[in-house]
Ligand binder design. Sequence first.
Ligand code: SPV
Ligand code: MG
Length: 437
Amino acid sequence: MSKNKIVYLGMIADIMHPGLINIIAEGAKYGDVIIGLFTDRAIATHKRLPYLSYDQRKNVVENIRGVSRVVPQDEWSYVPNLKKYKPDYIIHGDDWKEGPNKYLREEVFQVMKALGGEVIEIPYTKGISSTSLAEEFAKMGTTPQARMKTLRRLITAKPIVRILESHSGLTGLIIENTSIQKGNKTLEFDGMWASSLTDSTSKGKPDIEAVDLTTRLHDLNDTLEVTTKPVIFDGDTGGKPEHFPFMVRTLERLGISAVIIEDKVGLKQNSLFGTEAKQTQDTIEGFCDKIRIGKAAQVTQDFMIIARVESLIAGKSVEDALERASAYVAAGADGIMIHSRNKDGEDIKEFCLRFREKDTHTPIVVVPTTFNHITEDEFAEWGVNIVIYANHLLRSAYPAMVHCAESILEHGRCKEASEEYCMPIKEILTLIPGTKQ
Ligand code: SPV
Ligand code: MG
């Protein structure tokens, strides 16, 4: 084989295994192997972020025998890099002949034909794959540090980070494991929201900071034990400025990625009451001080303090919200949550577009409980980074439980309730991994 031909090989290379070494060695027989290393951005649109960062993976791959050079592959599709590097060969495992990545193969054949190159497919190494190893790896869990960092990585890598409310180990498992295949993409949630509303409601208590931090964290530990995805904690008002550092340090130690605190004082009421309840906003200076105290208390660079602007909830203008948001960012906030209970979402849209005119990078968080017709794609166009579905697992479970209770009363037995409202008993027995020894 003539040397100095170029062989292109795309890989994620999170977990190295003999199948990958085999494919590199095979490629090296044809010429100089360029590895197109998938970036977080390329991966995040299709599957979970890898455990190792791009730089860590690059460091491993460039030291493997047979690799000439490592370049970033910033798209899931190979086409842009094939056009850029014009390889003589592309080498790929033959597993892409079937399944959701079949279209990638078709594109690659077309481009390589136009470039006058060749596609080499080598038999897939049976019994070992990155996907099966990643599943094994996930069972091992995560560390607080790795979990915490993931949120910042996701914000950089994805147009929208998708978060769902969790109030128990079981809801945590739903968020960890639920995924659907849509077109060629696997869709799943990126992380969890520890909501004050659902934490309180699931205890039969009102959402007025009556459930104390220690109790909420004790319960959150159930979720942390059985999941690996990042958590954003609803810190309500953050308490008094003197108390906030303790909240920051405790959350950070547990590996929580971010706390969101709202700029209200006095007895906290749920924001969705709007002006029906007394919602007193802090002064700009007062809340900026709280942010500064929190930022000074944190130990790592990874933890985020996100400031929640309640102007629209309190019946004030978008102008007021913008003034507060930029003051909070100047005080050190790592992100802004803008909240509203208006249904049309117009005030949120105006806020986001105007905020982005002056600030292109500070992450924006929205909680579309009332403006629920707006899609994630639309939010991304407005410059939003994180969307939180703040209460939906509890709100969907409660009516089902009430129906079940009513049905038992109605029939004087549980046959109807079991058939209409319950999962099969066999299913619940095997729902939790490790139930049967
Ligand atoms: C929560 O989920 O507790 C929130 C969001 O803070 S909201 O209920 O809309 O205030
Ligand atoms: Mg709350």
